[in-house]
Design a protein around this ligand. Sequence first.
Ligand code: ZN
Ligand code: ZN
Ligand code: ZN
Length: 390
Amino acid sequence: MKRIQDYEVLGESYKTKSGNTIRIREKIEKDGLSEFIVECSRCSLDEELFPYGSIIIDIRKFREKRCSCLCSKTPQLTLKQKSIRCKRILEKYFAEFKSIFYKDSTCFVEVENPVTKEIKSFRYEHLINEKVSLKTLDFISHLESEISLGGNFNLYPVLNPVSRNNWLLHCHRCSEDIYTESGTCTGMFPTRLDRLKESIFPCRCSDKYRYTIDQWTLRSKIACERSNYKFLGLKDTDKRNWKISYICPKGHQRSSFMKPFVLQGKRCKLCSKDSYNTAGYYPDRVEELDTLYLTLFEGDDVFCKIGRSFNTKSRNSNYPNEYKLTVLSEIKLTHQEVWDMEQMLHDVCKGAHYSPLISFKGSVKECFTTDILNHPEIISTFNLKEIAND
Ligand SMILES: [Zn+2]
Ligand SMILES: [Zn+2]
Ligand SMILES: [Zn+2]
């Protein structure tokens, strides 16, 4: 057979029986049999395992169209390459690679159980061939079976536990829910064996699960979407009592306590007629000039009324003639500001509600005893002292 010259080899490529393509890149300068640095169409894509220069063939392999990479039945790997392969597999089982060595001509790998710190040796081939190594990495399967978790969970030791939660629970349900899908959770939950044995789960299958603020934000968004609310954000009040800000479908921009909103379906208070009188609120007129007033009613009974009106003149003609009216104070602001103040003051004065002898529209909710004139909130809001001094 004609001897192949080096210049005929360089730059050439061929397909092996395994279907990969080998391309000859460089000749290695050395005595004896010619050797070449080659690239494999498959293996060289993995640059960590096969950096340039790591796949070498001699001239005989070239003639026989064979290779020395992982595509070969008998790959020729360095210990460093073998340890990379082992580490990749052990990572999946949360076990720690300790060392790799040859004994006689067999390659062994030492693996540490991160929880018990026990070290076991496996044959390299057994570890790489995962099906075999799964059986031999028995400290995981052993502990999994020790705890009967009903088949919806996998359990892994934590590699470097920083707390007593030295196990990771992988929950099949919680690893596929919206929290994991949205990236606010990994689906893996640190926990302790004693808790698991008492059936206390660290995942969202347990009603004791503590949602993170990112997850509460997600829940708030979903609650808003379902009710056609525009979500504006969460804000922290004191004592971690979060509030949710939103615009309700009627256009009220407000905030409410987050948990009742998300968990109990509580919604915009302005829209819920049970807790507030919304009759006087006009969402489409929030920027319009409005008047908040404090009026004294004197007749057979004497009382005060706190109310608001876009038109104070027409309002005053709506009351029974039996009463003499004195406007003690008026404040002109936007409708939204007036409305907010009115609700606040009604709330402040609710202990002093008064039902007039002659009832009229608005009398049920807006009338109070004259005691409120001494209330600091009323005095400051309506600037009463200055009026008294005039
Ligand atoms: Zn290959
Ligand atoms: Zn779960
Ligand atoms: Zn509303």
